[in-house]
Each structure stands twice: as C-alpha cells, then as structure tokens.
Design a protein around this ligand. Structure first.
Ligand SMILES: Cc1ncc(COP(=O)(O)O)c(C=O)c1O
Length: 348
C-alpha cells in the first residue's frame, strides 16, 4: 500500500513522533514506574512497543482490553482500573489468565464489586480510593473496610489506586502540582491503612508531578503515546503523533463577498469530539456532522476535490476507538498496520 492509497478517514501514526514520546516518558518514569493505560490506543501492536521499551505492566479500562492483552502475550501484570459486577466476564478473564499464566488485578470500591471479583475466582485486587474526581472509588474513610472485605473473601489486596482525573488540565502548573499533592496525600493515608505495596495513580497531564512527588509507585498514563490537541496545551515534552487523514469531497468557491468552504469525509464518526473540534493546520474547522467536516481554508485556491488532508484530534482515546486500524508511517516511506484490536466490550 502506497501513501494515499488507503481508504479515508484513516488513522495515521507518525512513527518518529510516537518513538519520541515513548522515549520522553521512559526517561521520566522508567520500567514499572509507568503502567501504560491501553484505553488510549487500544492496540496490542502498540502495547508491544511499550513493553519493548521496558513497561511490562499495563492498565485496562475494560475486561475486553484485558482479555485481548492476555491473548497477545502481554499479561505480565494487568490492572483493571475500573469497577465491574459482570461475574461472567470476570470469570472469563480469570480463566484466560490461568491458561496463559497471566496476572490480573481488579479495582474494587464496594461490597458488590468485591463479591463479583471473589465469585469469579479473581485472586488479586486494588482498592480504588476517591481522591476528588466524582467517579469511582470508595471514600478514604470507607476504603479500609473494602480491603477487609476483600481479604475476608480470600483475595490478596495489592494496595490502592486513586485517579485524579479532575486535575489533569488545571492551570497554572503550580496549582496543578499543589492539588495533585493534596490528592496523593489522601491516597497515601489510605495506602498506609490498607497495606500492600502498590499505589497507582496519575495520567498524561500529571505524570511529571508524580515523577517529582514519588508518592504513587506507578503512573497510569496512556495518551502521551499518541497525544491530542487538548493535552498539547500543557507544554509537556510529547509531540502530536496521531492524525486522521481525510479526502476533500466537495469544494464551494467563495461568492463575491462571502466565504468559501471545503468538505472532507471525516466527521463525528471519525473523531472523539468531547474535547472539541479537530484542528487543521491549513484553515479553520467550522463544524462536523456524521460523515463530514466543513473547513474554511486559509488559501482557498489551493484545494481540489480528491485532495487528502490531515486533521488532529482533540481527544485521542475516543478517536482511536472509532477506527479499525492505525497506519504507522516510517521515515523511509514504509508503513506498518497496527490493528485497533482492543475495541468493543465483548470478550471473544
Ligand atoms: C483510571 C484512569 N487512569 C489513568 C488515566 C489517564 O490517562 P491519560 O493518559 O489519558 O491521561 C485515565 C484516563 O481517563 C483513567 O481513567
């Protein structure tokens, strides 16, 4: 397949930029200090690159991601950093883990999630502690009871996790640091009460604060691998590595005193839009509809129907999850395909 021959919209990874991001993160958080979150890229081929860079433990958001990672031989140490009461799916993952000699740890934050994990034959859990994000996690006061319940149910409690997702984009950076420190102090108190040796937290927005604080034993970042325009605002040393290639399918020339526009074939079904519109280097994005993006080009005469353009997503995780594969471009003009094989919720 030559450049430009693939169907659009297509996910394109800049192989050099991806490698630079992996190197920058590995310098700050080498080896097991990083537990890359696979939900950002949903690809075992990409995860294998991270394992080769020294990060053998991974974070998952779904049991389907866990099952795919186990089947791909990436089951050295997998954490489901999410709650579930799906005993059938948990049992399927426990069985798969036993067959492949994989290690799985499940986050729990309530009696119901502890019961589900125990009923499914899960051996190890982490207690998810709420550190300020109104999402999952037991309150710091209740977390030790959840740990006791898990131990009484025969499971090993490896420690705690606490995701400070509400702090990823706090500006200025000094405020972000102070708030992350306060939330990690809450987690450290819970960790001391609960025991175990894992304190898992963090993401791409806060990885550098964790590297400095040293309270979390591991950081769950994933978006840094591919990056998006949202995280690009933070000034971290990660570069955009993911674009969506799209074909111009309609050109409307500017009337005498109006503005012309272009339409390309990548819309809401090609981009995760919760963090805003995609960006285009050569003009403004007006809006997206299901299968269209309408653009106002800086140089209207430059563009024709059939031209290919590239757009940067504002949020990498849901963007990747809409595609079947990533096309990785190498500097020598060769390409590699990384299937997005961890999509969906069904365990095959
Ligand atoms: C539980 C959990 N940990 C870590 C992350 C961090 O991921 P990112 O690299 O996108 O900041 C997320 C993202 O939403 C998450 O839900």
């Amino acid at each position: 397949m030559m450049r430009g021959e693939w169907a659009t919209p297509a996910l394109i990874v800049n192989g050099l930029a991806f490698a630079a991001n992996v190197t920058a993160m590995s310098r700050a958080l080498p080896g097991a200090k990083l537990r890359p979150h696979v939900k950002a890229f949903k690809s075992t081929a990409l995860a294998k690159q991270l394992a080769a860079a020294g990060h053998q433990s991974f974070t998952c958001a779904t049991l389907a991601e866990m099952a795919g990672m186990i089947r791909a031989g990436l089951g050295h140490d997998l954490l489901l950093a999410n709650e579930t009461v799906n005993v059938n799916a948990l049992s399927a993952v426990a069985t798969l883990a036993a067959e492949h000699n994989a290690r799985v740890t499940i986050a729990v934050d309530s009696p119901a999630t502890v019961e589900a994990a125990a009923a499914a034959g899960i051996a190890e859990v982490l207690v998810d502690v709420n550190v300020g994000l109104p999402r999952c996690g037991a309150s710091p006061e209740r977390a030790p009871q959840v740990a006791d319940l898990a131990r009484d149910s025969g499971m090993t409690v490896r420690g705690v996790m606490g995701y400070e997702g509400h702090l990823m984009m706090v500006e200025p950076a000094g405020d972000r640091r102070d708030k992350v420190k306060a939330s990690m102090e809450i987690l450290a108190v819970a960790a001391a009460a609960i025991g175990g040796d894992v304190i898992s937290a963090g993401g791409t927005g806060t990885y550098n604060i964790h590297a400095e604080l040293g309270i979390a034993t591991e950081v769950q970042a994933g978006s840094y691998t591919l990056m998006d325009t949202d995280y690009g605002q933070l000034g971290h040393p990660f570069v955009p590595a993911l674009e969506v290639e799209s074909t111009i399918i309609s050109v409307t020339a500017a009337p005498a005193n109006g503005t012309g526009w272009l339409v390309a074939d990548a819309g809401l079904k090609a981009f995760g839009m919760d963090h805003g519109n995609p960006s285009w280097n050569h003009g403004d994005v007006w809006f997206c509809s299901d299968e269209h993006i309408t653009l106002a080009p800086h140089e209207p005469d430059r563009w024709s129907v059939g031209d290919r353009i590239r757009l940067r997503p504002a949020h990498v995780d849901p963007t990747v999850a809409k595609h079947d594969e990533m096309i990785v471009e190498r500097p020598d003009q060769t390409h590699e395909i990384w299937p997005v094989d961890l999509r969906g919720w069904t365990i095959q």
